[in-house]
Design a protein around this ligand. Structure first.
Ligand code: ADP
Ligand code: ZN
Ligand code: ZN
Length: 706
């Protein structure tokens, strides 16, 4: 007897093999089973997507190859999981097999059936750890926490938990998880975090509450063996709580009952290469399709989520149910109060000051009192660019449309886009002027300057000020970030300097003052999401100040700015995210930007900018000509606005020119339909001689930046 199977395999991204391939087998194989199948001259891992009837085409039946083996012992992937992957592939315009196989731990692809069964035996052996759900949290909840939990228990969601930093969101997550686990012995909870190595505290808190036996982490930083281990624990239901970064949204969780997306506004939930999916949006889809409740949590929600949670004009709830926690947890409001935020008008300060005198005095006072200070400067390196005042030479990267950043420590000029590195020239390479200047200060320079500025300040024990820096340069080596964070936590650092890395998620208990040095760039960026990101960053940074209720003073935040009256800073000073969101949403509505429209980008890369743009414009011209004539597409096509191809924001990286073309529609479904119809055009046109110069193309649905 012959059985026919559709099998998803990892097809090369540009082969236009979007769907599963037909194979045959001598035994019945369940849908969702893992198999090894021949593909070309190789044998690859595949997932049985569905069982099929015999093909009507006898020639096809003849050609169809046989499944090589079935991975015994791994339970099949559920229909719900396959549904999620299928949706992601359709929505983000990628091949099914690409998404499906990328969601599996890489080691599954290489292990033989024998190795696999040994591994499984180990995974399913009785554990010596206690796997019962522990006695839950016992601390009394705040009224806001109780109210939020009551609604989560009673209502279907999805929920937007809008809670200021320190309002006890994590406690709500843990109680909601506890309730979900208590409801069924098979229930599983998925907790997504933006960057797992930046939030070890969250993992520790879940482990402390639920026990290590129940909690598993899934992220790309794990070794292949650990990743497989974690995946199997989730897939077999042994891990009841799975914590992970965006890849974990695809974890196989047969008992999934609750999904939590912490810091839901964080841009790292959107994958920025390959399949450009949003783990937050997929989490909402996944929850709704499998009946799991979804909680999105943030102190500064994405404007999309905020908009979705705005109550309707008739007084009903929006698409998301908003739960608000406006107060920090703590003995008295005054003690754990929100930090005092002030804008320092740099126009009134001595010109060129890195740190204005009043801020410097406040820093010195904190350090003198034994408190910690956090200084945010969102630019690493020593200086943004080197420049010659005589001839105007600048340290441009020869391979990108960007400047090389000056790193003084190793005296290099480094391009942060392509990694190109060269030694700092002794004199201007163009005119020989030996006096080349540095423009725009980075964290490296800040760290050095601070040491001078605070040289006379003493800590309470009489010792000198201890300064540390955390950014992508200082934490390049494995473990460097963890040890730097540990020394901050242990109180071995008085002043911590860093990029946005230091604002994310860390629970610095003794920080009394946070300063943002040059945040104005985010106000005037061409990126329409820049103000949203800036507000979130500053709010999050402010949340680091004075979290320790026991210390009894409110923290302070300082912002050095040339536009102190700007609406964004005014909303920030009032800790008024809703005011900020309302103002931003009004601007977005007027400009027709998300969430009031849906966007997609066609991207192309080539050695020449013109070639890349020509290709995109050709696709657009064909689509606009043909789609309106097609009965199936005319309706959707009429709802799409096509823009001409333009260079990408960073136009050239590593000698490759990049172009993009924007499509916009008020209707998500119309955009989806048109994008799907563009796929064959992109594939076909690329093969024509005129467009031979195209190196790559891609579709980005719901792009973060334009
Ligand atoms: P968020 O995630 O909103 O920033 P956390 O959940 O980290 O806030 O809570 C901040 C602090 O308050 C933590 O130290 C936490 O243990 C504590 N906490 C949370 N809920 C309560 C409560 N009901 N009673 C006392 N302390 C609480
Ligand atoms: Zn010069
Ligand atoms: Zn470069």
């Amino acid at each position: 007897m012959t059985y026919w199977l559709s099998v998803a395999v990892a097809a090369p991204a540009y082969s236009a093999l979007a769907g599963p391939l037909l194979y045959r087998a001598e035994q019945p194989v369940a849908a969702g089973a893992l198999v090894r199948v021949p593909l070309g001259t190789r044998e690859v891992l595949g997932i049985v997507w569905s069982t099929e009837g015999p093909p009507t085409d006898s020639e096809l039946a003849e050609r169809t190859r046989a499944v090589a083996s079935v991975l015994q012992g791994v339970p099949p992937l559920s229909a719900s999981w396959r549904g999620l992957v299928g949706f992601a592939a359709r929505y983000y315009q990628r091949a099914l097999g690409e998404i499906a196989l990328a969601a599996l731990p890489p080691q599954l692809r290489t292990l033989t059936a024998e190795q696999m069964s040994r591994r499984l035996a180990r995974e399913t052996a009785p554990s010596d750890q206690d796997e019962r759900v522990k006695q839950g949290g016992t601390m009394p909840l705040t009224d806001e926490q109780s109210e939020a939990l009551a609604r989560i228990g009673a209502d279907p969601g999805p929920f937007l938990l809008f809670g200021v930093t320190g309002s006890g969101k994590t406690e709500v997550y843990m109680r909601a998880a506890e309730a979900a686990l208590a409801r069924s012995p098979n229930a599983q909870v998925l907790v997504l975090v933006p960057e797992i190595n930046l939030t070890p505290q969250l993992e520790q808190r879940f482990v402390a509450r639920f026990g290590a036996a129940l909690v598993t982490s899934i992220h790309s930083g794990l070794t292949p063996a650990r990743r497989l281990h974690a995946w199997l624990r989730a897939h077999t239901g042994r891990a009841r709580i799975v914590l992970g970064t965006r890849v974990a949204v695809f974890a196989s969780l047969p008992g999934l009952a609750l999904i939590i997306v912490d810091e839901e506004h964080d841009p790292s939930y959107k994958q920025q290469e390959g399949a450009r999916y949003s783990a937050r949006d997929l989490a909402v889809y996944r929850g709704q399709s499998c009946g799991a409740k979804v909680i999105l949590g943030s102190a500064t929600p994405s404007l999309e989520s905020w908009h979705a949670s705005v109550p309707t004009a008739e007084g009903g709830r929006g698409r998301y149910q908003r739960l608000t926690m406006a107060r920090r947890v703590g003995a008295a409001a005054a003690q754990a109060g929100l930090p005092h935020i002030r804008c320092l008008d740099m126009a009134q300060q001595p010109r060129g000051a890195l740190i204005a005198p009043p801020l410097l005095a406040a820093i010195a006072q904190c350090v003198g009192a034994g408190e910690q200070v956090l200084i945010l400067l969102n630019r690493r390196g020593w200086a943004r660019v080197l420049s010659c005042a005589d001839c105007g030479w600048k340290s441009a990267c020869p391979h990108c449309s960007a400047y090389c950043v000056f790193h003084r420590l190793d005296r290099t000029l480094r391009c942060h886009h392509c990694g190109f590195t060269q030694r700092v020239p002794r004199a201007c390479p163009t005119c020989g002027n030996p006096d080349i200047g540095a423009i725009g200060r980075g964290t490296e320079q800040l760290e050095a300057r601070l040491a001078d500025l605070l040289a006379d300040v003493r800590r309470p024990d009489g010792g000198p000020v201890r300064i540390a820096r955390i950014d992508a340069d200082s934490t390049r080596h494995k473990g460097a970030l963890e040890s730097a964070l540990a020394s901050v936590h242990a109180g071995e650092v008085d002043v911590l300097v860093g990029t946005q890395m230091i604002a994310k998620g860390h629970d610095f208990r003794r920080v009394a003052l946070v300063a943002a040095l040059e945040p104005d760039g985010g106000l005037f960026s061409s990126d329409f999401r820049a103000p949203e990101r800036l507000f979130a960053l500053l709010m999050q940074a402010a949340g680091r100040a004075g979290r320790d209720a026991a210390r009894g003073t409110a923290g302070q935040m300082w912002i050095q700015t040339y536009v102190p009256e700007h609406a964004l800073y005014q909303a920030l000073k009032a800790h008024d995210y809703p005011a900020f969101a309302a103002q931003q949403l009004a601007e977005r509505a007027q400009a027709g930007l998300p969430p009031y429209s849906h966007l997609a980008l066609l991207r192309a890369e080539s050695r020449r900018q013109e070639t890349a743009q020509d290709f995109l414009n050709a696709v657009s011209a064909l689509a606009r000509r043909d789609f309106v004539r097609s009965a199936a597409l005319a309706d959707a096509a009429a709802r799409i606005r096509w823009y001409p191809a333009v260079p990408q924001m960073v136009q050239r990286v590593a000698d490759v020119e990049r172009a993009q073309l924007l499509l916009e529609s008020a209707q998500r479904a119309a955009l989806q339909q048109v994008l799907a119809a563009c796929q064959p055009l992109l594939h076909t046109l690329r093969k024509t001689p005129e467009h031979r110069g195209i190196l790559r193309w891609a579709i980005d649905v719901d792009p973060l930046a334009l």
